[in-house]
Design a protein around this ligand. Structure first.
Ligand code: SF4
Ligand code: FE
Length: 485
């Protein structure tokens, strides 16, 4: 397994074709808008070498028998599924942001099931290719970007009906040695911090859309791939180098990733025009990632609850009953999300491939809670923090020899806590509720792994409402008959 430094060094050697704030950037890893997100991924390496956490962060590979980072592993038991969620909560606590590596882990697991299924049904060799790729990922301890979401263009039209075909990734050429693809993936978490991109279809495809039913993996700096870094609220504070950024060392990252005639050798193609399996792959990836949110967002919430509790103390109101009540409410909402993440894991089942799959109904319930609870938790944190959260002057003003003295005097809280400590804690809450960190904490909770309506569709499909109706009829002794009563 790599050390955190070896990981960062390995990303620095890659030749990304990347654009940030309208400029081409040769080494994104060194860019102040990217570095915090790289640090967050690096934590997945650091904790894998820390004996205190290795029971969660590492596992023995079922493929090679070697100790590997859990992020490169396919779950072999419900214990693995549970430990995945616990590891994600731990990483959320250590970084207070999105640490980006889960999308690749969830893609790997979804592909291990779906490629196996295709080979059994169709006599193809997708699973063999995929397992070879996975061994390479494990042996080299790589970060994979799991790329699913296409820009989609006119949502009322199928992919083949789009005027601009590149709004969906698709095959443009089939060659003896591989395929050529075009299109784009948006909102790509951690793309510029990844060694490999694993592309999957964005939705269930029909026969007319077979060219869009494609899955493959390529090194992230493959010729023809361009990255444009997404903006975040208050992102330019990262250029200032002060505590005004709120989360000083860590952050998340999303990119628009463009594929302009990218060549993929056959050994890296895991689905080629198998449109009947595209929906299954999407659903499996989505369910795994909806499980993931019952870990990562809870760890970030732990930090936010801690920040709110610290501020209550700094303001001298920690014993007020309404403050205690608000903190308990935040904890309750957080543990509800985590309970769902654990429940869908313990209820997981083995698939014919050997990989364990989560209980999809419960994973969808988990993520539906995650689309709501962080908003209420953030509201309560803002309530406790007070209005200074969004009116305080900058860290540079605090350092100023003249106005800094006014700030120190006027913004002090209880004795024993400096004004700077109070402002730092406020900036952390600001970061997570309305600043750069709110991307990972709130909006990603809404849209990451699909928006709320996507979960409701899955819940409706899996909840067996007819069974519940029968239960009620039995209890009420209501008999339905086919004639007029
Ligand atoms: Fe991992 Fe959570 Fe980020 Fe998804 S949102 S990549 S689960 S940290
Ligand atoms: Fe996400």
């Amino acid at each position: 397994m790599k050390t955190a430094k070896e990981y960062i060094d390995s990303i620095k050697t890659m030749k990304f074709n990347a654009y940030i704030l309208g400029k081409k950037v040769d080494c994104p890893a060194d860019h102040p808008l990217v570095r915090p997100s790289l640090n967050a991924v690096a934590m997945t390496y650091e904790l894998a070498l820390d004996p205190e956490f290795q029971h969660l962060t590492t596992v023995t590979s079922n493929l090679t028998g070697k100790r590997v980072n859990r992020f490169t592993h396919t779950h072999q038991s419900t214990h693995d599924l549970v430990n995945k969620v616990k590891m994600q909560r731990l990483l959320g606590q250590k970084t207070a942001t999105c640490f980006q590596r889960c999308v690749g882990m969830d893609a790997i697991n979804a592909l291990s099931i779906t490629t196996y299924e295709m080979d059994q049904d169709l006599g193809t060799e997708y699973n063999k290719r995929f397992i070879d790729f996975l061994k390479y990922v494990q042996d080299n301890d790589l970060v994979c970007d799991g790329a699913m979401t296409d820009p989609k263009g006119d949502r009322g039209k199928r992919p083949h009906q789009q005027e601009e075909k590149d709004v969906f990734v698709h095959v443009v050429e089939e060659r003896e040695d591989g395929i050529v693809v075009r299109g784009a993936k948006c909102h790509q978490t951690g793309a510029l911090n990844s060694h490999e991109i694993i592309v999957m279809p964005t939705m269930s495809m029909k026969v007319e859309d077979a060219d869009f039913a494609v899955s493959f993996a390529v090194p992230s700096d493959t010729e023809g791939i361009t990255y444009i870094l997404g903006r975040q609220p208050s992102d330019t504070r990262k250029l200032e180098g002060t505590f005004d950024v709120g989360n000083i060392n860590y952050g998340g990252q999303e990119c628009l990733v463009i594929f302009d005639n990218v060549f993929v050798p056959w050994e890296r193609v895991f689905m080629f025009r198998e449109y009947q399996y595209s929906g299954k792959l999407v659903e499996r990836f989505a369910s795994y990632h909806r499980q993931s949110y019952g870990g990562c967002k809870c760890g970030v919430t732990d930090v936010l609850i801690g920040a709110a509790a610290n501020l209550a103390e700094y303001h001298g109101v920690e014993n007020a009953s309404h403050i205690k009540d608000k903190l308990v409410e935040m904890i309750h909402l957080n543990e509800t999300m985590h309970a769902c993440g654990l429940a869908c894991s313990t209820e997981g089942k083995a698939t014919p491939s050997g990989t364990y799959f989560v209980d999809s109904l419960l994973a969808n319930v988990c993520k539906l809670n995650v689309t709501r609870h962080p908003y209420e938790i953030a509201r309560l944190a803002e309530d406790i923090a007070g209005g200074l959260l969004v009116t305080m002057p900058s860290a540079k003003d605090l350092e100023h020899p003249v106005v800094g003295e006014y700030m120190k005097k006027l913004y002090r809280g209880i004795n024993g806590i400096s004004t700077e400590c109070r402002l730092r804690m406020l900036r952390l809450v600001e970061n997570l509720t309305v600043g750069a960190g709110a991307v990972a904490y709130r909006t990603e909770s809404m849209h990451g792994a699909g928006p709320p309506q996507a979960m409701k569709i899955m819940i409706a499909r899996q909840a067996n409402l007819e069974h519940k109706k029968e239960l009620a009829k039995e209890i009420a002794e209501v008999i339905t008959c086919d004639h007029e009563c």
